[in-house]
Design a protein around this ligand. Structure first.
Ligand SMILES: *Cc1c(COP(=O)(O)O)cnc(C)c1O
Length: 449
C-alpha cells in the first residue's frame, strides 16, 4: 500500500471555527500583525508550534483518571520513572513542568560568566537560559546546514572540527558541557546521526567534557536514523533511542514534543552529585522531586506518551505526513528547507517575497499572508526570531502530533497555492516595539504601505 494512513481513529472531536477574510483582516490588525496575539478561536489550522499541541490517546486519558496526587512518592511518579529508565537507561529522572525548566536548572548549575556552551544549534529558550546564566551559547552546525537547499541526510549534525577548534581556543575548563539538539529545531527539524553523536562523544571524552542532549524530539531523530543511516534499517527504534541516550551524560527534554503530552518535561543527569544539586533547585522553584511542578495525572500521561512515541507505525505516519506537506509546497514553487524535517516544514520567505527587504521582515509578512488567506497560523523563524542574528528568513509550519488529518493538510496546501499566486502583494512590516528577550513572542508591528 502506498498511502500511509493516520494510524488511529477519532473518538473525540473539537469543532473548528471558520472566519471570513474581512474578519481575519481586522483580527490581524488588532493583534499588531503578531500571530502570537491572535486568540486561538480565530485560527482555523494552527501550525504555530508542535509543542504541547498534540492529541492524547485513550490510554493517556485513562492515565489522567489514575493520577496519584500524593505530594511525595506518588504511584504515578514511579510509573513515569520506570518508563523513562527503561527508555533512556538513566537512573536519576527529574520531572519538570517543561523543557525550559530543565534548562534553567541545568544552566544555573553549570553556566555562569566565562563559560561557553557549544551546541549544533541552540533552540531559542536554550540559548536564552545559557545567556541568562551569563554564559556564551555557540552554534556549531555543519556547513550544509547553512544552505537551505543543500540535501544532507543528517543536516542536524554538529561540526566536529569546529567543536575541536572551539575547545582549543577557549580551553576545556571553560566548557562545562557540550550539547547536541536532536532533532535540530532551529535548523529545520533536521536529524543528527549516531555516527555524528559518537564522533562528538569521542571529542568530549578526549577533553573530559560531558555530553548532553537536548532530546525533545529523540524519537523522530531515531526514526530518521533508522531510515537513513547505513546499517540501522533492521533495528528497532527503541534500540536506536537507547543508543542515543547511552552516549550522553545528561539530557533536557520537553515532553510537549515527543512525550505526546500538553505539558511536562524531564531532566536527566548521570553524575549523582550534580543530580543531587539539581534536586535541590527543582524543589526550590518547581516542586518536590516526585512531581516537579506537575500533577500526578500529568506524570501518568507522560509515562504513556513516552511509550507510544516509539511505536513505529506512529513514527512512519508522523515523518511521512510532514514530508507530504513539504513535497506539495515544493511543487507549488515554494522554496523549503531541504530535506523536509521531522516536525515541521520551513518555507524560505526571502525567496518568496524578494520585494520585501530584510529589515521589513519578509518572514513575518508571509506569516500574516497565510493567516489572511486561510486562517492558518505559522511561526516566523527569521529576523524577528533571531533578533537579526540569523542568516535566513524562514517561516515554520509545525505539525501538531495526531491532530490534523490529511484533508486539513490539503487545505493548507490549497491556501498556500492561492497565496503563492499573489505573493507580490505581500507587504513588509516595521516593528513598533522591540522587547529585549525572545522578542518574537511579544513584538508589535505595523504594515509598511
Ligand atoms: C521546545 C523546545 C525546548 C523548550 O521546551 P519547552 O517545553 O517549550 O520549554 C528546548 N529545545 C528544543 C529543541 C525545543 O524544541
Amino acid at each position: 500500500m502506498k498511502t500511509i494512513i493516520e494510524p488511529f481513529r477519532i473518538k473525540v472531536v473539537e469543532p473548528l471555527r471558520m472566519t471570513t477574510r474581512e474578519q481575519r483582516e481586522r483580527i490581524l490588525r488588532e493583534a499588531a500583525f503578531n500571530v502570537f496575539n491572535i486568540p486561538a478561536r480565530d485560527v482555523l489550522i494552527d501550525l504555530l508550534t508542535d509543542s504541547g499541541t498534540g492529541a492524547m490517546s485513550s490510554l493517556q486519558w485513562a492515565g489522567i483518571m489514575q493520577g496519584d496526587e500524593s505530594y511525595a512518592g506518588a504511584e504515578s511518579f514511579y510509573r513515569f520513572q520506570e518508563r523513562l529508565r527503561e527508555l533512556t537507561g538513566f537512573e536519576h529522572i527529574l520531572p519538570t513542568h517543561q523543557g525550559r525548566a530543565s534548562e534553567r536548572i541545568l544552566f544555573e548549575l553549570v553556566g555562569g560568566k566565562g563559560k561557553v556552551i557549544p551546541n549544533n544549534s541552540h533552540f531559542d529558550t536554550t540559548r536564552a537560559n545559557v545567556e541568562h546564566s551569563a554564559a556564551e551559547a555557540v552554534d556549531l552546525p555543519i556547513p550544509e546546514a547553512r544552505d537551505p537547499q543543500a540535501f544532507h541526510p543528517f543536516k542536524g549534525n554538529m561540526n566536529v572540527e569546529a567543536l575541536v577548534e572551539l575547545i582549543e581556543r577557549v580551553g576545556a575548563e571553560c566548557i562545562p558541557l557540550c550539547m547536541v539538539t536532536v532533532t535540530d529545531n532551529t535548523g529545520g527539524g533536521q536529524p543528527v546521526s549516531l555516527e555524528n553523536l559518537r564522533a562528538v562523544r569521542a571529542v568530549c571524552d578526549r577533553y573530559g567534557i560531558p555530553l548532553y542532549l537536548d532530546a525533545c524530539r529523540f524519537a523522530e531523530n531515531a526514526y530518521f536514523i533508522k531510515l537513513r543511516e547505513p546499517g540501522q534499517q533492521g533495528r528497532a527504534v527503541r534500540d536506536i533511542v537507547r543508543d542515543m541516550f547511552d552516549l550522553a551524560d545528561g539530557a533536557t527534554i520537553s515532553a510537549k514534543k515527543d512525550g505526546l503530552v500538553n505539558i511536562g518535561g524531564v531532566l536527566l543527569i548521570r553524575d549523582p552529585a550534580l543530580a543531587q544539586r539539581a534536586d535541590a533547585l527543582l524543589i526550590l522553584t518547581e516542586g518536590f522531586v516526585t512531581y516537579g511542578g506537575l500533577a500526578g495525572r500529568d506524570l501518568e500521561a507522560m509515562a504513556q506518551g513516552f511509550e507510544e512515541v516509539v511505536h513505529e507505525d506512529y513514527l512512519a505516519y508522523r515523518i511521512r505526513s510532514t514530508e507530504y506537506l513539504g513535497e506539495k509546497l515544493r511543487t507549488i514553487g515554494y522554496q523549503i528547507v531541504e530535506p523536509p524535517g521531522g516536525h515541521a516544514i520551513y518555507v524560505d520567505a526571502a525567496h518568496l517575497a524578494p520585494h520585501i527587504p530584510r529589515h521589513q521582515f519578509p518572514g513575518q509578512a508571509l506569516v500574516c499572508g497565510l493567516y489572511r488567506q486561510g486562517g492558518i497560523r505559522a511561526c516566523e523563524i527569521g529576523s524577528v526570531f533571531h533578533g537579526g542574528r540569523g542568516a535566513t528568513e524562514l517561516v515554520r509550519l509545525a505539525i501538531p502530533r495526531r491532530v490534523y488529518t490529511q484533508s486539513h493538510i490539503d487545505y493548507v496546501v490549497e491556501a498556500s497555492a492561492a497565496l503563492f499566486e499573489c505573493r507580490h502583494t505581500l507587504v513588509g512590516l516595521r516593528m513598533t516595539n522591540d522587547p529585549p528577550v525572545l522578542r518574537h513572542f511579544t513584538a508589535r508591528f505595523a504594515e509598511v504601505r
